[in-house]
Design a binder for this molecule. Structure first.
Ligand code: CAA
Length: 296
């Protein structure tokens, strides 16, 4: 298990919401993490020939990787560390063959009342994965349910194992998706399919998820993680500066009107003309050799 590297600053970021109030239920988890300096719910490593793919495996097998507070604090920390690691160009998040993640931790959640959920802005601290500048690939085997599916959708690309199941079963628990399921799923697969999943709680399989556009590729279960790492290596070989700009521009399409998005894209495209790597890429093409990107 890798030790925490990012230190106190990013833990503080995980602890405080924008209005400055403490996520009280996470304090104990963070104190525990800080005192041991190790991840209790994750396996964190670097993969690929050049060790440039950040690898995070959710590792809470007894609860099918249910996303308890402590796991989410650790995940925020691990993603932040890789975001700050100059050698890492892409991050892969995966789970086990049985479960990517079976959702928010129902046993923890069951005790919360409205005022706690509201006061803590429950699930707001989960957003680091969606906000990370570097591309993130979800490699989903088994169940991606509720918050598990929402976590996968916070990633930029989803690869699935052929036995994966994607669902938003919250309605069966008397609640609704609370970490982006009603929004990102609808943007991803359209209203009719999203409504059916959210209103019935019934999951879809990997093949249907690929057809619907939720997933970009499906692989045999045992090949999935290697394929995700290979993709991570391909992305990591590009300019990290420009891949962050690509990610920002594609992500903007979910937030902006077409006119605003096209304007943002144009300005970002223009901005690449101020980079070393744009000149390096085009010169290398003309000179028929690989580009030597410097991430600046
Ligand atoms: N939270 C807490 N514990 C969970 C869990 C969860 N989301 N999912 C599974 N577990 C635990 C089970 O309680 C069980 O623990 P015990 O052995 O101590 O009883 C263990 O993991 C194994 O689970 P099962 O025995 O249920 O395994 P299974 O193979 O029979 O079923 C499953 C697998 C279909 C995924 C089933 O576990 C299940 O339905 N899980 C809940 C899925 C769910 O409803 N997720 C949505 C959560 S709400 C949410 O995520 C809100 C949000 O938007 C943020």
């Amino acid at each position: 298990m890798a030790a925490f590297r990012g230190g106190v600053t990013s833990l503080k970021n995980a602890l405080f919401n924008p209005s400055g109030s403490v996520f009280r239920s996470q304090v104990a988890a963070v104190v525990r993490c800080m005192s041991t300096g190790q991840y209790q719910n994750l396996i964190v490593d670097k993969k690929g020939q050049n060790q440039n793919v950040g690898f995070i495996q959710l590792n809470r097998p007894k609860a099918l990787n249910a996303l308890c507070d402590e796991l989410m604090v650790e995940l925020t920390q691990a993603v932040t560390d890789f975001e700050n690691d100059g050698n890492v160009g892409c991050i892969v998040i995966t789970g086990s063959e049985k479960a990517f993640a079976a959702g928010a931790d129902i046993k923890e959640m069951q005790k919360r009342d409205f005022s706690q959920a509201y006061d803590e802005n429950f699930t707001a601290a989960w957003t680091k994965v969606a906000e990370c500048k570097k591309p993130i690939i979800a490699a989903v085997n088994g169940y991606a349910l509720g918050g598990g599916n929402e976590l996968a959708m916070m990633c930029d690309i989803i690869y699935a194992g052929e036995k994966a199941k994607f669902g938003q079963p919250e309605i069966k628990l008397g609640t609704i998706p609370g970490a982006g399921g009603t929004q990102r799923l609808t943007q991803s697969i359209g209203k009719s399919k999203a409504m059916e999943m959210v209103l019935t709680g019934n999951p879809i399989n990997a093949e249907d998820a690929e057809k619907a556009g939720l997933v970009s590729k499906v692989f045999p279960v045992e090949q999935l993680v290697d394929e995700a790492i290979k993709l991570g290596e391909t992305i990591s070989a590009q300019s990290k500066l420009v891949s962050a700009m690509c990610k920002e521009a594609v992500s903007a399409s979910f937030e902006m009107s077409l006119r605003e998005g096209l304007h943002f894209e144009k300005r970002t495209f223009h901005a690449t003309f101020a980079t070393h790597d744009r000149m390096a890429g085009m010169t290398a093409f003309i000179e028929k050799r690989p580009a030597d990107f410097k991430d600046k």
